[in-house]
Design a protein around this ligand. Sequence first.
Ligand code: HEC
Length: 108
Amino acid sequence: MKSAGLVFLVLLFSVLFALQAGFSDEGSAAALYKARCAACHGEDGHPKGIAKNSAAFPDEAWKKSTSLEEVAQVISRGRSKMPAFGSKLSPEEIQALAAYVLAMKDPA
Ligand code: HEC
């Protein structure tokens, strides 16, 4: 009986771990965006105040005019009043944020 309990626990933890791994990409990009970017770029990707010269991220024309690499570079190096995040975020986090920003859409 003891070993059945152990097997159950191991199974439970593997399922939890798999779920966490599966959802963490999107989840952490969204959480990072809220924590690090939304103050200037708005939760919906429409810039406010200090970031008014920035494109609105859901804007299709902007998405076509840029690329994942370019967006990742702006995040990493900063631009005019935008701080550089290269030393604050990992390359993976920056890539995830770039992809997140490029996938933003206005509500239909
Ligand atoms: C302190 C305010 C501030 C924060 C925080 C900030 N930004 Fe910016 N961001 C700006 C400003 C200002 C610009 C416009 C710079 C310019 O004039 O070219 C900008 C520009 C950009 C651009 C280029 C848009 C374009 O027009 O091509 C991207 C992409 C971007 N930010 C992404 C992010 C992401 C992702 C984060 C979070 C990691 C972030 N920013 C955090 C202020 C900010």
